[in-house]
Design a protein around this ligand. Structure first.
Ligand code: NAD
Length: 362
């Protein structure tokens, strides 16, 4: 059955990098028989300009109807002075909450060809391949009570609450165990169970869920230690699962181990594995419209979509291998140029190179 993919280019470099990801999807459709139908819509600043809203009703309806959403990036200086309720980023948050995307998957992979891009020593990051699974709709960002109150003595007090139900912990744990099952069968659950009761419950529930996955080895780690270990010896990790707050921080830390923001994709999934796929970087207004942005993170987001929503890990691997191949061939966009003797190409040329390799693999 043909699957509908909502294509949301957004702002800044968004339309440029999305055009390359669409080329890849078109190639998979025409040369590999992937049954997909693409529908484009406005989101973020582009949607504000056209309709006054960052997430117009038509876009939300398409995202809900679609089997998967591919989003490039939103935001930019043009919209920064607007009221916070109608800023471009609201479009993104609206999509995440309206689609019930509770599981955020962020790989941090170091490509052998780009090892010099990391700020860590090559021997520390060589071969690094971590997947961080972050809970996305609970925790201190959403818990009540919250706010700033004025006490009787006139002093103000800020309150946020870390809240997790057993159901919320269980469902994210299943996503993480399933992901680990398809990888090296190792899962590290990150918490602060020594001082936070909420994460004591987290640890208990994750341990209970582990009984359903006897092949996966589970270990637990306190978040402060996990941050240290990610920098000290990151290759000890396969899949990590953690709360919204800890995941927010650890996933950024892990992505920087790779040193190349233009290379990292992400997925946010609902309970049925419907997902929104996007590069982790923003709209890079500083380089928009110059044909210099790296489209590979968006192309690798397509690979994640193939693996997690479209259940085509064969084609996902093919796209990932095509990206490896163009890097091996010495092609680089400016952001990953490094010091070697490489051929620096533009956004379009990089997309064309990936498509060429894909066609050769048919
Ligand atoms: P950014 O990720 O857009 O850019 C940071 C730096 O990385 C810039 O120097 C940029 O040129 C470079 N960069 C980013 N992506 C690149 C790519 N594909 N190829 C080459 N270089 C790339 O972060 P920022 O500058 O903090 O934010 C810019 C705008 O993006 C802001 O409006 C911000 O709110 C928004 N933003 C959106 C998202 C999203 O849509 N998911 C995420 C982060 C930031």
């Amino acid at each position: 059955m043909t699957k509908t993919i909502a294509v949301l280019p957004g702002d800044g470099i968004g339309p440029e990098i999305m055009a390359e990801a669409v080329k890849v999807l078109d190639t998979l459709r025409t040369s590999f028989g992937l049954p997909v139908h693409l529908e484009e819509a406005l989101v973020g600043g582009a949607a504000i300009d056209a309709t006054g809203q960052p997430l117009p009703a038509d876009t939300l309806a398409l995202a809900k109807r679609a089997d998967a959403v591919l989003l490039a990036a939103v935001g930019g200086p043009k919209w920064e002075s607007l009221d916070i309720s109608i800023r471009p980023e609201k479009g993104l948050l609206g999509l995440r909450s309206e689609l019930g995307l509770f599981a955020n998957l962020r790989p941090a992979t170091v490509y052998p060809e780009l090892i010099d891009a990391s700020t860590l020593k090559p021997e520390v990051v060589e071969g690094l391949d971590i997947l961080i699974v972050r809970e996305l709709t609970g925790d201190i960002y959403f818990g009540h009570p919250r706010g700033v109150r004025t006490l009787e003595n006139g002093e103000r007090m800020g309150i946020n609450s870390m809240v997790y139900s057993e159901t919320e912990i269980k469902r994210i744990a299943h996503v993480a165990f399933q992901a680990a099952s398809q990888r090296q069968q190792r899962l590290c659950s990150v918490d602060k169970a020594n001082v936070l009761e909420t994460t004591e419950l987290w640890r208990e529930v994750v341990t209970k869920v582990s009984k359903d996955y006897p092949k996966v080895t589970l270990n637990h780690m306190y978040v402060d230690n996990a941050a240290m270990q990610l920098v000290r010896y990151p290759k000890q990790f396969d899949v990590m699962v953690t709360t919204n707050l800890f995941g927010d921080i650890l996933s950024d830390l892990a992505s920087m181990l790779t040193g190349s923001i233009g290379m990292l994709p992400s997925a946010s999934l609902d309970a049925q594995n419907k997902g929104m796929y996007e590069p982790i970087h923003g709209s890079a207004p500083d380089i928009a419209g110059q044909n210099v942005a790296n489209p590979l993170a968006t192309i690798l987001s397509v690979a994640m979509m193939l693996r997690y929503t479209l259940q085509r890990s064969d084609l996902a691997t093919l796209v990932e291998e095509a990206v490896h191949q163009v890097l091996r061939d010495g092609l680089r966009t400016k952001d990953i140029q490094g010091k070697g003797n490489y051929t620096v190409v533009g956004t379009r040329e990089m997309g064309d190179a990936v498509v060429k390799v894909l066609r050769e693999k048919r």
